[in-house]
Design a protein around this ligand. Structure first.
Ligand code: SF4
Ligand code: SF4
Length: 279
């Protein structure tokens, strides 16, 4: 069994407790307009081209077996490009191959209270692979977390319940119409799965991307605070939108929607709402 992985970040401090290795799976069934990892949307590999780095030396053209009329993702152009203007995104890994990388930082996980986090894209769309990988982590004494948007059948969660220490669960908004508008899908399944995980007493951290122009209102954040209260979830993080993925949209030839970073004052207010100070 293999999975297409588009990034492996070692020593990450933003995807759960302590120092972690975060593995990013390719493929997602949401289309959040503000996604900061657009290279994780498609299942298949992709070639990214960073126009601003290119010096037009044409080495990539002579390297290409297809004269760049079609692309088989052979990677020859990326290897030859002197400016790193071309990048192949997505590589197939087995569980064994990933474990070799994950285990390199085992001492660091132990000393920092960290571990491994599976993210994406949507890693839960590869639940069987995720299960095998997380069991291997646990057998090796490595803490495990899944970062998910939750839009998968409950049966997929059932497969990974016993091998996942923490769920980092993304909630964009409670209002279903707004959710469809921002992500392309209804949030019914997402909220149902969150409820089921909570009823089972699983360790959950809800993560809320705060997107200027989408959900940066007191009304939306108050609804999320109400959801946390209803589901008895005590850990939540608000993550302000940033446009650091902008260059990737250009490199993939995608249009980027215009959203903005919420102000510090807004974030302070929203944090107070989420903590329950204001509801
Ligand atoms: S990845 Fe290979 S086939 Fe695709 S453009 Fe580059 S050299 Fe050509
Ligand atoms: S090899 Fe790199 S720098 Fe040269 S033309 Fe191709 S993309 Fe541009």
């Amino acid at each position: 069994m293999k999975a297409n992985i588009f990034d492996i970040q070692r020593s990450s401090f933003v995807d759960g407790d302590g120092a972690r290795t975060t593995v990013f799976f390719k493929g997602c069934n949401l289309r959040c307009k503000w996604c900061h990892n657009p290279e994780g949307l498609k299942w298949e590999g992709e070639l990214l081209y960073y126009k601003d780095k290119c010096v037009d030396c044409k080495k990539c053209l002579s390297a290409c077996p297809n004269n760049q009329k079609s692309c088989t993702l052979c990677g020859k152009c990326a290897l030859l490009c002197p400016m790193d203007a071309r990048e192949i995104c997505g590589q197939e890994y087995t569980v064994k191959e990933l474990m070799e990388i994950i285990k390199r930082d085992k001492d660091y996980y132990v000393s920092s209270g960290g571990g491994v986090t599976l993210s994406g894209g949507e890693c839960m769309l590869k639940a069987d692979f995720v299960k095998e990988l997380l069991w291997e982590c646990q057998v090796n004494g490595i803490n495990t977390a899944i970062d998910t948007a939750g839009n998968v059948p409950w049966e997929s969660f059932e497969r990974v319940l016993d091998c996942t220490d923490t769920f980092l669960y993304d909630i964009k908004c409670v209002n279903p119409e707004l959710h469809i508008k921002g992500t392309g899908v209804n949030n019914r399944l997402i909220l149902e799965n969150l409820h089921r995980l909570s009823m089972l007493g699983k360790d959950i951290t809800v993560r809320v991307p705060v997107i200027g122009g989408f959900n940066d209102t007191e009304e939306e954040i108050t609804e999320i605070a109400g959801l946390l209260k209803k589901e008895a979830i005590t850990r939540a993080e608000l993550l302000p939108y940033h446009n650091m993925g902008k260059h990737k949209y250009e490199a993939l030839g995608l249009d980027e929607c215009e959203y903005y970073t919420p102000s510090k004052e807004q974030m302070n207010l929203f944090n107070r709402i989420i903590k329950g100070d204001l509801i």
